[in-house]
Design a protein around this ligand. Structure first.
Ligand SMILES: NC(=O)c1ccc[n+]([C@@H]2O[C@H](COP(=O)([O-])OP(=O)(O)OC[C@H]3O[C@@H](n4cnc5c(N)ncnc54)[C@H](O)[C@@H]3O)[C@@H](O)[C@H]2O)c1
Ligand SMILES: Nc1ncnc2c1ncn2[C@@H]1O[C@H](COP(=O)(O)OP(=O)(O)OP(=O)(O)O)[C@@H](O)[C@H]1O
Length: 576
């Protein structure tokens, strides 16, 4: 019953009049009035027994409503106090971590490397260091130079303003100067970081040094290539940095976000890794044809998974030249040997391929099964240049409640699609506290949350109501799964943030994290998942270019906005 209905019942006058006449104005109760009162009550009871009860019910329900309101306010207060407390706890932890970091300054990089890289072999870490150190050096030098240029420019502007004449030409000249200096910085980064993107080093196969086998004794060289940004449909050989101009307070940018990237081989690719979807006859047939062609016509080294090598040998003993690995630990060296990865299967096979590379990923050429023209296609890929999409991955780390700081994590996961934190087999709502950098975002109460890349935006996130995003838009999608709330819309966060998802201590059940739909990890109360953009994207070869491929995949793969075309006949505007 609505309050307005209760009010209208109240306004019925008859009963009120008969009750009020039983009370004389002076307050004395005589026998006549008692008689009248009794009579009135009798009449009241006989005539409208429910109306009297209604009054009490109304009073009672109003009292209940007041109590309910008070309870709700108390619950809301408690929830916001909990959120505030959680935020303070997080800040406190962050501060504590910073202090520990300050104390252990110098040890952290080693700590990180210990967790991430020196797992498989010292060799691997040395290779990484060899690549990283000069870049860090140039990065620091570049930063310092830019800072000095900016300071000089500010001082110049300040003195010009003070003199009352802002000399635009001079500012422009200093802009040009800084650009020139930036360019010369770039050119000085020989062999390491050209145009802001890594070019592959030519690497020696270390195994061949120790192996006496004649075949393996030869030096395997990785093909080197250069990446450049296409400019207005033309292949501009240089990537121009975005220029932000602050002249006269107007901010203008000459160029925005990433353009179509082109890969040009600087030396011929020599080694190809083929990964195939298991248990598919058509894939197996295509694999046999492709391996033969790559070896016999293109004279390439071919690697396959151990399972596939067994299948190939069952087909013919001629396939003994095909290489594989015995031990999974050898997979961590693959990126140093392989120039190109070919996947035979669907999206899941590309995810599988990406998951094999815990660091840098060689260019991937995905082949669906209807690829009759694989020879033409591979010919043009091997010749180059090819358009590629750099698909960003997320780096996910589980930090246990018992961990001393957030660098003390289990083995991190790299995901190409998404990390999902859900309720697993629990029938309770998941309760997840979400932070973006240091800011509290929200509490997810529902089936869970998806943190997706833009490549993954067309997968699980899409099914949960997230937007589809072009894979070259850098960002992290924050998509709830069945939130029990009317107002929880999905978000897209910028790519530079770290998202922290924590299972609160008062959660009724643990949560489960899964990575590209695999590797489930239990998150108990107090545990957290940290997620940020990984430094190693997955370069995938385009059939046409990033935009064309993206639009075709959502049209053909997902039937996006498929609707019967409206017929020509029928009413028109001019008839109105
Ligand atoms: N409700 C859902 O839509 C749902 C549920 C669970 C997992 N998934 C997705 O499945 C992925 C794992 O794929 P799998 O092949 O190993 O499992 P799978 O064999 O169960 O296939 C899942 C399907 O998702 C498609 N898919 C995967 N990545 C895609 C992408 N980026 N864009 C468009 N479609 C994509 C695949 O083509 C396949 O048809 C997970 O990363 C997750 O995104 C989706
Ligand atoms: N080389 C591999 N080894 C083990 N598992 C693999 C391999 N390649 C693919 N898979 C797994 O096989 C499953 C299916 O792969 P994929 O998505 O390629 O096939 P699909 O579902 O038939 O393709 P589509 O994307 O057209 O639906 C995925 O879960 C994937 O992880």
């Amino acid at each position: 019953m609505s309050p307005s209905k209760l009010d209208s019942t109240d306004s019925f006058g008859h009963e009120e009049a008969s009750v009020s006449c039983s009370k004389p104005e002076n307050g004395c109760v005589d026998s006549l009035s008692i008689f009248h009162s009794e009579k009135a009550v009798e009449e009241l009871l006989q005539q409208t027994p429910v109306a009297g009860m209604d009054e009490h019910l109304i009073e009672f329900s109003e009292a209940l409503r007041t109590v309910a309101k008070a309870l709700r306010r108390a619950a809301e207060g408690k929830a916001s106090a909990q959120a505030e407390a959680a935020e303070w706890k997080w800040r406190y932890e962050l501060e504590r971590t910073r202090n520990i970091q300050m104390e252990q300054k110098g040890n952290n990089n080693c700590e990180m490397l210990r967790h991430w890289w020196i797992r498989s072999s010292l060799d691997n870490a040395m290779d990484m260091l060899r690549i990283m150190l000069p870049c860090l050096f140039f990065w620091e030098v570049g930063k310092e130079q830019n800072k000095r240029i900016a300071e000089a420019r500010m001082a110049e502007q300040f003195s010009a303003e003070k003199n009352g004449d802002l000399d635009c030409e001079r500012v422009k000249n200093s802009d040009n100067q800084s650009m020139l200096q930036n360019e010369s910085n770039e050119h000085s980064e020989t062999g390491c970081m050209k145009h802001g993107i890594w070019s592959h080093e030519v690497l020696r196969d270390r195994e061949s040094d120790s192996n006496s086998n004649a075949d393996r004794n030869k030096i395997m060289r990785k093909a080197s290539f250069k990446l450049s940004w296409w400019c207005n449909g033309e292949n501009g050989d240089q990537h121009k940095h975005d220029i932000v101009s602050f002249e006269r307070g107007n901010i203008t940018t000459a160029e925005r976000s990433s353009k179509q990237i082109s890969l040009k081989w600087e030396s011929d690719p020599q080694t190809v890794l083929i990964l195939t979807k298991p248990n598919s006859v058509s894939v197996r047939i295509l694999c046999v044809q492709m391996v033969r062609w790559l070896r016999e016509r293109k004279k390439l080294n071919v690697y396959v998974e151990p399972r596939v090598k067994v299948e190939l040998l069952a087909e013919s003993s001629n396939f003994s030249y095909v290489q594989t690995w015995k031990d999974d630990s050898e997979i961590s060296h693959l990126h140093m040997k392989v120039d190109l990865v070919i996947t035979l299967g669907g999206d899941g096979t590309v995810l599988w391929a990406a998951s094999m590379f815990k660091g840098p990923v060689p260019p991937i050429v995905p082949f669906s099964l209807d690829s009759e023209h694989f020879k033409d296609c591979l010919d043009s890929v091997l010749r180059g240049p090819i358009s590629i999409t750099l698909r960003h991955r997320l780096l996910c780390r589980v930090v246990r409640d018992a961990a001393k700081n957030e660098y003390e994590t289990e083995e991190p996961f790299l995901v190409l699609n998404e990390v999902t934190i859900d309720r697993g087999i629990s029938s309770y709502l998941t309760n997840l506290e979400c932070y973006c950098d240091n800011s509290f975002v929200t509490c997810v109460q529902g089936d869970g949350l998806i943190l997706s890349t833009t490549s993954g935006s067309t997968a699980y996130s899409l099914a949960a109501g997230g937007s589809m995003v072009h894979p070259q838009v850098p960002g992290i999608l924050f998509t709830p799964i069945c939130p029990h709330s009317l107002s929880f819309r999905p978000l897209i966060l910028p790519e530079h943030v770290t998202v922290r998802i924590m299972v609160p201590f008062n959660s009724r059940s643990p949560a489960w994290a899964s990575f590209d739909g695999k590797d489930r990890k239990l998150l108990a109360a107090g545990d957290a998942l940290l997620c940020s953009m990984a430094p190693w994207p997955v370069p995938t070869a385009c059939q046409v270019d990033s935009t064309n491929d993206f639009l075709r995949s959502i049209h053909d793969g997902l039937h996006w906005n498929l609707r019967k075309t409206q017929s020509f006949d029928g009413p028109r505007d001019r008839d109105l």
